[in-house]
Design a protein around this ligand. Structure first.
Ligand code: SAM
Length: 274
């Protein structure tokens, strides 16, 4: 499973190039797109196609190739295969058949957007694509709107404006969003604003309605701006280093007079795995 660039062709890793140059077969989502990447690095390879509509048959083909002793690399059009892209079925089939599946990590639009968004939270829900139909989209947004996490959405260029309109309707105009557009490409833009201002930003430049987008919705404001004093946060952090969060919040509330639930939610939002 080989990750490839999400725009800038120089973002391919040395290991990805080595693997792509050495395997017997490359299974590609679009053989022309992958062909351009291979050409840029003077790699000649046998390509087969594996996309959303033939994934089952292509997975069988890959397993048959593996059974013949061939090595197969799987790539998508951009980024990490299997991440909002085909690949999972082929991986499952190869594993079931007893073959080793090796991830060769590299670019992923979600991680790329997140790294430059500056969201004050350690916890995120990677949502990927919302449904294309507005009713379903709003329903799914209702289910996640109050989660104490940042939310990462992928969206097709022609649906970004509609998606933002629904985010405003369901999550509220005040919630903060980072719009990451055309990442690693010539017209890359990363803009943070209130959801209610996002439409005006999109419309301020005719090009902005186009291109690829990641939308990073920040956690609910109560967590972003918890209103806790630095002393209360510090007290919670000291207690947290020795105690479970629940107990630490109760004690921190007793010591500082702050609200226990606010302390607990703040603790959740900044909790980092060791
Ligand atoms: N497998 C890819 C990954 O690892 O990120 C995602 C593929 S998914 C079919 C395509 C979506 O990813 C786009 O609609 C957009 O939301 C996001 N995306 C991909 N490339 C991007 C880029 N250069 N800038 C912003 N978003 C991008």
């Amino acid at each position: 499973m080989v990750a490839t660039p999400i725009g800038n062709l120089r973002d391919v890793t040395l290991r990805a190039l080595e693997v792509l140059a050495s395997v017997d077969v490359i299974a590609a989502e679009d053989t022309r797109t992958t062909g351009r990447l291979l050409d840029a690095h003077s790699i000649r390879a046998r390509l087969i196609s594996l996309h959303q509509h033939n994934e089952r048959a292509a997975a069988e083909k890959i397993v048959a190739l593996l059974a013949q002793g061939k090595s197969v690399a799987l790539v998508s059009d951009a980024g990490t295969p299997g991440l909002s892209d085909p690949g999972a079925l082929a991986v499952a089939r190869a594993r079931e058949a007893g073959y080793r599946v090796v991830p060769v990590p590299g670019p992923a639009a979600a991680a790329c957007a997140l790294s430059a968004a500056g969201v004050p939270s350690a916890r995120f829900l990677f949502y990927g694509f919302l449904p294309a139909r507005a009713g379903q989209r709003r329903g799914e947004l209702e289910a996640v709107k109050s989660l104490p996490f940042g939310l990462i959405f992928y969206e097709a260029p022609h649906r970004v404006a509609d998606c933002i309109a629904d985010l405003v309707k369901v999550l509220g105009a005040q919630r903060t969003v980072t719009l990451a557009r055309e990442l690693t490409k010539l017209f890359e833009e990363i803009h943070t604003c209130a959801l209610g201002e996002a439409r005006a930003w999109l419309e301020a430049d005719a090009h902005r309605g186009k291109g690829e987008f990641v939308l990073v919705v920040w956690p609910p404001a109560a967590l972003e701006k918890s209103g806790l004093s630095d002393a209360a946060k510090h007290t919670l952090e000291v207690l947290r280093s020795e105690l479970p969060l629940k107990q630490a919040s109760t004690l921190a509330a007793a010591i500082t007079g702050e609200n226990r639930k606010t302390l607990y939610d703040y603790g959740l939002s900044v909790k980092r795995d060791p």
